[in-house]
Design a protein around this ligand. Structure first.
Ligand SMILES: [Zn+2]
Length: 279
């Protein structure tokens, strides 16, 4: 199995977005200096497994590179994208067309994760967790419907397995290799993806459960949380995983410390996970 981590441009945010601030207005730039803004990467992941290809999140759309953000929220989550960095362009270089993708799995419906969907309408299927889609009606401002309403999103239910901070997970291929673990807090339906090799080593794509490298160690919550209590439990769970010698990487979606790379994960043979940075 191969897992490719791509950076689809950046998002320019106030520090209150990655690092929870006691003043909830700071993340919107109210009472906060523009010079404190941070440019964080926006990631998308391609997983190739047994001839199947799935994408987890899409990053910004091609349109964004041309016209900028169409939504009024763009000061506090401003997209920065060069044409050549669009996901569709990066996949084209690998000779992968949208119609070659078996599924697109959305970790949650924030627009920096769904914006690129409009470039991938030819993919075979689209998925998000049932609690995530149920919440979309409560987030009229946060969720930009026009970034995901053009595709038919199939809902999946997490299974109660006792695994993860909420005890819920979903096994994508049914073989235990790629498991979506519900890590609620930032949103209720958010998942982190745990990818496991035959030798027991694993990596976790933590999506927006944590933002920065230090967030896990110092238990720093994201600025946007639907439930700080759940978010805390999810970060604590990641912290426990980080102490496990079999856990080789925890990659937040917007963590500048995580570089674009391809990770070789052997799910059949007893071989160590290998990390190959993109040139
Ligand atoms: Zn995000």
């Amino acid at each position: 199995m191969k897992v490719h981590i791509f950076h689809i441009g950046k998002v320019d945010v106030y520090p209150g977005t990655p690092i929870r601030d006691p003043n909830p207005f700071h993340k919107f730039g109210i009472g906060e200096k523009k010079s404190n803004k941070m440019k964080l990467p926006v990631s998308s992941y391609l997983i190739e497994h047994n001839g199947r290809k799935i994408l987890i999140d899409t990053g910004w759309s091609r349109e964004i590179a041309k016209t900028g953000a169409p939504w009024p929220l763009s000061d506090f989550a401003k997209p920065l994208l060069k044409k050549e960095d669009c996901m569709i362009r990066q996949l084209k270089k690998m000779h992968i067309d949208p119609s070659d993708l078996d599924g697109i799995w959305l970790s949650h419906l924030d627009f920096d994760h769904t914006s690129g969907l409009q470039d991938f309408t030819a993919a075979k299927s689209f998925h998000a967790s049932a609690p995530e889609v149920k919440d979309k009606k409560f987030h009229l401002l946060r969720y930009q419907k026009n970034t995901f309403d053009m595709v038919d999103i199939q809902l999946f239910e997490f299974e109660e397995t006792g695994i993860g901070p909420a005890g819920k997970r979903y096994d994508v291929f049914g073989d235990g290799s790629v498991v979506l673990i519900n890590t609620p807090g930032h949103t209720d339906g958010l998942f982190s993806t745990k990818i496991t090799a035959a030798n027991g080593q694993y990596i976790i794509q933590a999506e927006d459960t944590v933002y920065l490298e230090k967030s896990i160690k110092e238990e720093i919550l994201p600025g946007y949380c639907m439930s700080t209590k759940e978010a805390k439990k999810s970060v604590e769970w990641l912290k426990e995983c980080s102490k496990d010698p079999s856990c080789l990487l925890i990659a937040g979606n917007h963590d500048p410390a995580i570089q674009p790379q391809t990770i070789w994960i052997d799910e059949k043979e007893d071989r160590p996970i290998e990390f190959h940075p993109h040139q």
